[in-house]
Write a protein of this length. Sequence first.
Length: 359
Amino acid sequence: MNKGICLVTGGAGFIGGHITSMLEKEFEKVIIVDNMHEQIHKSKERPSNLLSTTEFIIGDICNQDMWDQLLLNHKPSVIIHLAAETGTGQSLTESTRHGQVNVVGTTQMLDALIRNDAIPAKILLTSSRAVYGEGKWLHENGSEFYPGQRTREQLENAEWDFTKSTYLPLSNSRNFPMPSSIYGATKLTQEYLISSWCKSYGVDQTILRLQNVYGPGQSLINSYTGIVSLFIRIAKEKKSIPLYEDGKMLRDFVYIGDVANAIYAVLVAEHANGKVFDIGSGYGTTIKEVAEIIASRYGAPIPTVCGMYRNGDVRHASCDITDSIEYLDWAPQVTLQKGLNLLCNWIDKELDKPSLSTV
């Protein structure tokens, strides 16, 4: 492991908060840069979960001057690029914001590294399963095909699935990326930018395509942070959780601790350079099943199918993690039931705090 400087963009967020302690054990210095956006953070104060030895910089990755000032004094040997605007639905109405942060923010970083003679040894990018879009499906006649994005007409007619076909789990080795959202398109662009730049300058690079990450530490004030925490909030109020479409959409929910361990595994792996890894639990669960588990815990009414839909959402998303397990010294350890219990316990405690009780 390189004992130099590790720079984590977006490091004050959900994932960053879970990897800092790991990084502190492996690097001489860890630097976090984050803009502390109000959609995620209630204040711009230093996050309490950061170790005192971690350097914390409030900065915008789209800002050229911020990069020049940072790289003037620090030359990172490893960069973990977490900073990104997320949210499938939000990206349709704020596409400029997503493009600015995810695309321009990445190019600003790359240009600054050259400008300041600070080329690192490795860049690790956390990407998203959103780059796959609807993925690949299997027709009843045995042929595989890419159905592409569902149209507004299909959704309005409640044609949720693709007829006479079955969904196939996502895998980098078997799927072409075909994003069906602005968010997914910007994340795929990030991948291309990082990959081409790193190959040009001889920099090791690895990309992790994350499935639906959940667990303690999720922002409770961000409406785009994920459906699991939203379901918990609804169930705690003894309300019926509304299920979009028919509630049978598949998602691969992966616990935050398993994601943090995957990032660490990539950092120490000697053969991860240039590869793309799918990081998930390895199995799909319907939204309805997750909602029912949460409703049962809080004694809430059974979830109700509302028939609504969200533009840009894919029908199913789960992944095959065979390659990730084979190439990395990693495998998911936390079951969905255990992970949901841990998240519920954490949210219960957080909502008892006066600062969040009215959020």
